[in-house]
Write a protein that binds this ligand. Sequence first.
Ligand code: ADP
Ligand code: MG
Length: 634
Amino acid sequence: MNKKQRKWRNRILAAIALFAVTMVLEKMGAFDAAFGAAEVYAAFALYFAAFLIAGYDVLIKAWNNIRRGDPFDEAFLMTVATIGAFATIFFPETEPQSAEGCAVMLFYQVGELFQSYAVGKSRKSIADMMDIAPDYANIERDGALVEVDPDEVEVGSVIVVKPGERVPIDGIVTEGTSQLDTAALTGESIPRHVEAGAEVISGCINMTGILHIRTTKPFGESTVSRILELVENASEKKAKTENFITRFARVYTPAVTISAVVLAVVPPLLGMGPWTDWVLRGLTFLVVSCPCALVISVPLSFFGGIGGASRLGILVKGSNYLELLAKVDTVVFDKTGTLTSGTFNVVAVHPEAGVDADYVLSMAAYAEAFSDHPIAVSIKQAYAGEIDEQRIQDAHEESGHGVQATVDERVVLVGNDKLMREHGSTWHDCELTGTILHVTVDGVYAGHIVIADVVKDDAAQTIHDLHEAGVRRCIMLTGDRSDVAEAVGKKLGLDEVHAQLLPEDKVNAVERLLTAEASDAKLAFVGDGINDAPVLMRADIGIAMGAMGSDAAIEAADVVLMDDKPSNIARAMRIARKTMRIVWQNIVFALGVKALILVLAALGIANMWLAVFGDVGVAMIAILNAMRAMRVPK
Ligand code: ADP
Ligand code: MG
């Protein structure tokens, strides 16, 4: 609780104390004894004092709203209802409602305080979790470490991160070894070992050794800044349900207010009973007309769902995506880097007669030097030798085909049969199952490298979980060969696989699937953001995984999985479904109880006590329910 809330709480407690004392005295007949016939006025005065102590701010707010010509908010409703209740004192033929008037305000304020506390708490827990923003970076100046604003650190300078500190900026370790705690970013609890040459991202905590890191990005573009930006903006993209509730509240409140007036005025005019009786029923209506249970709890549920997800390293860019995610019935996967690990093992190198196997591998590694594709990374790793970048010219990637580069003045092509066909090279197939990289030098076929990637540990389980969670179809798209695709598909229990697709074919495939979708079912595409950004954008929901560091993916996707574990997709979906369940529970529950009380109030069965219990109680239960969305299994 913050200072303002504590003051608020004390004020309410004081008012409750005064209220309780007054009530006891009244019941004991103390006022009767002291004031005789004027006892109702004495009780009135004390109740009214308690009322003012608890609710003067509500009265002021209502007054300000009226002056601004925008009266229909809860402060106004509460003011009219409570003042109305107190006004019964002027009608001697009715039972005075002073205690009721005071109680409505007390409960209302208790509810408001609780609300503010709950919202503050979930904000704070998200802020804590998102408390990954470093305040400073250490740089070495004249042999001493100085703390500087991370914003001022230039790209390429060396920063020093001591044990216990957060890495402020993305970069590459130049010196030192350590363990990094990435839990705040990925939800992964096992620390990551890093040493010289390792890429590190900002937001991780350095646990054991001193690290020197050469920064590769400015602070504003580092992972940590991007994540914070993303989470901060998430509340702007509202879910349909959220917008619906806002619109609904705008209609509901005036509608109930008008009904209250009608209820208070029409029946007595028709001679159906005394005025005071009907006016009281009308006032009870006003108390119930607060839509606060919905207006607060629905956004809070989404907020909680997004917050809970981000604790697992699942960043959802808006509540609308959470809502869509709950409706997904088709999940389309990219293969490489998504379902498979993206690190390829070299299975075999088959040089042509008279060509050295090492030569084929080295040419391939040189041609791939500037590519970030998982294949390129793996080939460079397999080659293991130093690559002299001076020897390479005109390197460029042909998406879904391979690469072309000039190495030592010779044109080298590395890629699949499509690339070979496109360049009119001769090549021949291989009897092994795997991804085949053909290599030509100056148009002469040098041989091929057979590589294979392994499916991720949790991939099969993920497909199983998704089916379990009600996803109808899991489909894999890949640019790789059919035999590889079929093998993976069988292993993982996929419903469909489509192979040999170029990046643009993938977009077409997704478009076809989209048109075939039922109107309220959604399609999610999961990729790693390497050459599949267009597909990520095209799907109802684009999910990028292993996004630590991949800017294109973070940009294009709607849901970003920091880790590269496919099981997070199933987790994200479970969180989305749970959040939507909570949202609807709250909507149905709140509206149900309110409708019931409205009916009872119109019939004269519900009094103000019940109304205020109904209103505040429903709000509290809805808020507690909403806070469940924040809790996610680790
Ligand atoms: P996926 O659909 O599995 O993610 P890509 O669309 O990235 O695969 O690539 C499809 C195919 O194109 C690969 O299987 C490979 O044959 C070829 N390819 C793509 N990029 C490269 C590269 N840098 N080097 C060699 N071959 C490549
Ligand atoms: Mg890919």
